[in-house]
Design a protein around this ligand. Sequence first.
Ligand code: ZN
Length: 262
Amino acid sequence: MHADDFDLEEDLEYGSADGVNSFRNNRMLIFNAKSMGLLRQQLIDTLGVEEARKTLFRSGYQSGYADYLSIEKNYDFESPEELLKAGPRIHTDKGIVGVETDEIEYDRENGEFYFSGTWHNSFEAQQHIIHNGEANDPVCWNLIGYASSWCSGFAQTPVLAMEHQCAGMGADVCKWEVKPIDEWDEKAEPYIRAIMDFFKGEKLMEYYSYIEEQEGLEGKIQLAKETNLPETKASTAVDSKENIKMFRQAIEDILGERPPKL
Ligand SMILES: [Zn+2]
């Protein structure tokens, strides 16, 4: 299939359980953009810009990575490029931002990656302006988190999305680029630190994906209870031998059999 054939509306299951909408095993929620804007502002006001930016970036990162794993596994695209372009498509379908893609160049074996494009109607830029007025720097932190992790999943190496123009600064549209983390200058450092942190718990996250494939959401909840490392904590925990052993044991307890080595 082509990226344009992907249709979230078609595959989104309303009422998969009482009060539950789901998309391929992921529970999906519909929020009013104003409430997300207020939550975002509360983070800025209570944590300060730096920590709020990191938190929102990481939250977007989690969302993009979960979407990538789910779509890569469940759909058969005509070419890798169509899979890559499905990320912008789902971001658009979710009503978060309208994505127009521009240049795509990659060589996954050699760790080369470049992707650029335009964002229209970023909800995050709109909400930032409502609460703060125009900013001096780009503000679509949640959106660049999403784009960074979607592309990192695809590129199989950490890449980072950054905006060089943002509607939150008064521009008509946002303009973004995604490149390997070592190709960015010092402005990217806070985001790179946030990403490296994420990759710490990569193995643990793979075990979360495994239990989700086997047992769905229930399995993830059980794994969180047994390890006391819910997904968000696991993503920043260290992939130590002890942690991996604990996860494997917990999965064995849940499934009644040893999980494969991931
Ligand atoms: Zn922006």
